[in-house]
Design a protein around this ligand. Structure first.
Ligand code: ADP
Ligand code: ADP
Length: 204
């Protein structure tokens, strides 16, 4: 199954467009990096690719069909700051149940300990919290995971552990991974292919 953006442009309200004519394709069995200059609107593009935001013009399709706007999201996003993505009034077990059945294999591969499920979000480190965000995204029968600066805030060891786990799960479950980062060396290390978005797309 292919995730495809065709001539996607986006503007907030009546502002000048953030970017124009972005066209890209990613297959489900691929690990692809996206590199763009700062101020490009990478996070906005990620939301569009996941169906959380509609493009101003152009189209995003998955397997030839438009992305569903409500309900099941076949393209999942994980951001830089896990603490913003997790309800502070829920214990971690509840955070996971929100996405349906707990997928024990994914929890185990991500190194999530049983004991953490009884804790509040503020009782976990950033790396531990990010593992939950990834588990929640991957457990929902997602076809694609978009990692938007997913490990930027983490130390090198945690970063390496998390990526190793994500790559194993992706391979086993045939999930396409899109790595969006300012970190060229990370992208070179992880990705089979790099999509470079540049000023041309930005200026149309
Ligand atoms: P990046 O991920 O490349 O840093 P973003 O997609 O987060 O970029 O944002 C790009 C630009 O769009 C920023 O200048 C930001 O201020 C602006 N922006 C983001 N969200 C909104 C919004 N809801 N309304 C208006 N402008 C926004
Ligand atoms: P819900 O989709 O039911 O509101 P959550 O807010 O807990 O549930 O989010 C579930 C997943 O969707 C998380 O991985 C979260 O990062 C992502 N997500 C939620 N809202 C947005 C949004 N506006 N833009 C991008 N991703 C989002």
């Amino acid at each position: 199954m292919q995730l495809k953006a065709e001539n996607v442009s986006f503007r907030y309200g009546n502002n000048t467009p953030l970017f124009e004519n972005v066209t890209l394709e990613v297959n489900e069995d691929e690990i692809v990096g996206i590199v763009a200059p700062s101020g490009f609107g990478k996070t906005t593009l990620c939301k569009i690719l996941a169906g959380y935001e509609s493009p101003s013009t152009g189209e995003v399709t998955l397997g030839g069909s438009p992305l569903p706007v409500v309900g099941y999201h076949p393209v999942q996003l994980v951001f830089q700051h896990p603490e913003k993505a997790i309800n502070p009034r829920w214990k971690m077990g509840q955070v996971l149940s929100e996405s349906g059945e707990q997928d024990q294999e994914i929890l185990q591969m991500l190194g999530i300990q049983k004991e953490w499920l009884k804790r509040w979000p503020n009782e976990l480190s950033g790396g531990e919290l990010q593992r939950f965000c990834i588990a929640r995204a991957l457990a929902s029968h997602t076809r694609f995971l978009i990692a938007d600066e997913m490990t930027t805030m983490l130390d090198a060891i945690t970063q390496a552990q998390i990526w190793q786990a994500v790559m194993e799960i992706a391979k086993k479950r045939k999930i396409g991974i899109i790595v969006v980062s300012h970190d060229e060396s990370l992208i070179q290390k992880l990705c089979q292919r790099v999509i470079r978005l540049n000023v041309n797309e930005k200026e149309g």
